[in-house]
Design a binder for this molecule. Structure first.
Ligand code: PEP
Ligand code: MG
Length: 689
């Protein structure tokens, strides 16, 4: 038997990464190896990481290493050396690894929010913080409690600021969640228990916060009520925030002298809404797609984002240099000097400056076809963007962004105020308010989760099954229409029956308001055509309505049976699939035959090359992300609609998405060589994997 007493010298103690290195070295010997804490009597197997972690050995802890076996002396020496090298945590001792880590690494995924950003990685993953127990002497207990109270105060200030910002930029519906966070933070069950734990267990504040937090979480985890159980994740958020403020890590973006780029496996829309835009300039996530609501919010806030990067997160470390290029749909980790030079030369700021003298109103093609360019709007923060980017009013207001969940519906008055502000911002071209498109990825209570939410109680179906919700919204819109031109559009109708049922509710609410003496102006009613059954009966639907809207995001999803938010099937999400083009063409024709307007409002309209094809199929009214309007305007003003018609009619004769994309690439390159650099054509946009 050989033994030696050692001291943990690494700054962070024997935490997970250091313990892993210890296990690696210990496991290369036959001898039995144990570590003992003389102060507590705890004993751990040096070949088991979980066992080592139970020692909670912080910086300065003394440990007795005991080796028994044939190679006990060699094992002892190797581990003593590892302790003296502070567990090899310092990357400088491994020059080879350093070299490989620093190699430029590129990953591709859809750029879902425009821009090019150079910065430093800030990794974000829920619950990834290591917390250790430290024993506090009696004289220091009061100081430890004060430290905890200071963290509570700081967390409160942060949450209040986040809440204010969420209210201003995302609407009240999204801000309620931070009220809940504030309540948790102030709850005596949390604060008193943590302080008691500090005193009774002579524990550091971090450990006390973690233990009390875990206890609370386990209580919530056992609840039967699904909604209450979900509140557990809010508690976890608050605990993480407290820990971050106690340790000084995380939320202050340490060591980040440059702009931060959030790298995460996935991000919730509310997390995006919470980002501190003074620090965070871009997002890179492993999952997500162009039409996921996280992406939509990132666009709304103007945060550059590339998603669907698969296993990129694992390859990064906080602080790594990174370039996020949403134009190319690429992220570059550890960019080489030439790459940095190339990006500095491109100077993305130039385009922003160029965009200050913006035109407004419809755009006219070279052969005098007029095309309206409207704005898709999700958040009150974007209302200003409508004018700024020269939109012809709002072609689609995704009203459900006012809410967070149907159980917490906004009052009629709150909605009325939002729609009034919208009507005022939209000006004489007016705004189209979509009835809540809830269900699917947002909306449903967890307890009512459906097996196939996208095919479930979503959009108009949700409204017809929750008539009070629909009626409240309809009244708010009808009343707000007195302030400016508003229209109503019914989402995801399957057929005329849905249209008639929705119209009946609207007519009844209009009568109710009139019977109360209110003057209700004419509010045109339209429907979103985004499922195949609606495409196939478009003529019948058109006969019932004042206008149609084509939601190409869902139309692609439902026509091709490809989940629009699932990056595993993103290769099958082919916007230029002939089946999608037939559907669009057929619907445009139905509206023309019925002499009613039709607006294309899916993301297809925001993409210049696709917008040209839409014009080729006869569209003359497009609604898109406000920031894309100048680019689409510039492209459409330089083409002839007759040329677009020629290309589109040839596309409609093809059989596969590959054939259509190939034709588009060839035709666009030869007809408009300066308008469409290769990366703006289908290959770069869609064949990303
Ligand atoms: C669409 O489906 O194309 C659309 C515009 O609506 P959303 O993206 O909100 O489903
Ligand atoms: Mg849709």
């Amino acid at each position: 038997m050989a033994e030696r007493t050692l001291e943990v010298t690494s700054r962070l103690g024997l935490h997970a990464r250091a313990a892993a290195n210890l296990v690696r070295v210990a496991s290369s010997f036959q001898s039995k190896l144990t570590l003992q804490r003389p102060d507590s009597g705890l004993v751990a197997d040096a070949k088991s990481i979980l066992s080592i972690l139970t020692l909670a050995a912080t910086h300065g802890t003394a440990l007795k290493l005991v080796a028994t076996g044939d190679d006990e002396n060699e094992a002892l020496e190797a581990i003593v050396r590892l302790f003296s090298r502070a567990f090899d945590e310092n990357e400088k001792v491994e020059p080879q690894r350093l070299l490989t880590v620093r190699q430029e690494l590129r990953a591709r995924g859809p750029g879902v929010s425009d821009g090019i950003v150079m910065g430093r990685v800030l990794r974000l993953q829920k619950g990834a913080r290591d917390v250790y127990r430290a024993e506090i002497s009696d004289g220091d207990l009061e100081r430890e409690r004060r430290r905890f109270r200071a963290a509570v105060r700081l967390s409160r200030r942060q949450l209040e600021a986040i809440k204010q910002r969420a209210e201003k930029e995302l609407g009240r519906g999204h801000a309620y969640i931070f009220d809940a966070h504030l309540l948790f933070l102030e709850d005596a069950k949390l604060t008193r228990d943590v302080e008691d734990f500090i005193v009774n267990e002579r524990s550091n504040a971090e450990w006390a916060t973690k233990v009390v937090g875990d206890r609370l979480l386990s209580i919530y985890a056992q609840m039967n009520d699904e909604y209450l159980r979900e509140r557990g994740s809010d508690i976890e958020d608050v605990i993480q925030r407290l820990l971050a403020n106690l340790t000084g890590e995380g939320l202050k973006y340490p060591n980040l002298s440059e702009d931060a780029v959030i790298v995460a496996p996935d991000l919730l829309p509310s997390t995006v809404a919470e980002l501190d835009l003074n620090h965070v300039k871009a997002i890179a996530t492993d999952s997500g797609g162009w039409t996921s609501h996280m992406a939509i919010i990132a666009r709304g806030l103007g945060v550059t984002a590339v998603v669907g990067l698969r296993d990129f997160y694992q390859r990064t470390r906080t602080g790594d240099r990174i370039i996020v290029d949403a134009r190319e749909g690429e992220v570059i980790l550890h960019p080489a000097a030439e790459t940095i030079e190339h990006y500095e030369f491109m100077n993305p700021q130039r385009e922003v400056e160029r965009a200050t003298t913006l035109e407004s109103g419809p755009v006219t093609t070279r052969d005098s076809v007029k095309i309206a360019l409207r704005a898709n709007v999700e958040l009150p923060a974007e209302f200003q963007a409508v004018r700024k980017f020269g939109a012809c009013g709002v072609g689609l207001f995704r009203s459900e962004f006012l809410l967070t969940r149907p159980g917490l519906m906004n009052s009629e008055q709150e909605q009325y105020e939002a729609y009034t502000a919208l009507a005022e911002a939209a000006g004489q071209d007016g705004a189209i308010v979509r009835l809540f498109d809830v269900g699917g990825e947002i909306g449903n209570e967890a307890s009512e989760r459906e097996r196939n939410p996208a095919l479930g109680l979503r959009a108009v179906r949700f409204g017809l099954r929750n008539k009070d919700v629909m009626r409240t919204q309809v009244r708010a819109v009808l009343r707000a229409a007195a302030a400016g031109r508003l229209s109503l559009v019914v989402p995801m109708v399957a057929d005329v029956a849905d249209v008639k049922a929705a119209k009946r509710v609207i007519a009844e609410e209009s009568d109710t308001l009139k019977s109360r003496g209110e003057t209700i102006p004419h509010v045109p009613i339209g429907a979103m055509i985004e499922v195949p059954s609606a495409v196939l009966t478009a003529e019948k639907i058109a006969a019932e309505l004042d206008f149609l809207e084509l939601g190409t995001n869902d139309l692609v999803q439902y026509t091709l049976a490809v989940d629009r938010g699932n990056d595993k099937v993103s290769d099958w999400f082919r916007t230029l699939h002939p089946a999608v083009l037939y559907g669009i063409n057929r619907t445009l024709q139905a509206a023309r035959d019925a002499s009613i307007p039709i607006i294309v409002c899916g993301e297809m309209a925001s993409t210049p090359a696709y917008a040209v094809l839409l014009i080729g199929m006869g569209a003359n009214d497009l609604s898109m992300i406000p920031a894309m309007i100048p680019r689409v305007r510039s492209v459409l003003s330089q083409i002839k609609a007759a040329d677009a018609r020629d290309v589109a009619s040839r596309c409609l004769k093809l059989a596969t998405a590959d054939e259509v994309e190939e034709l588009v690439r060839e035709e666009f390159k030869s007809r408009w060589p300066d308008l469409f650099p290769p990366n703006t054509l289908p290959k770069a946009l869609e064949n990303l994997q």
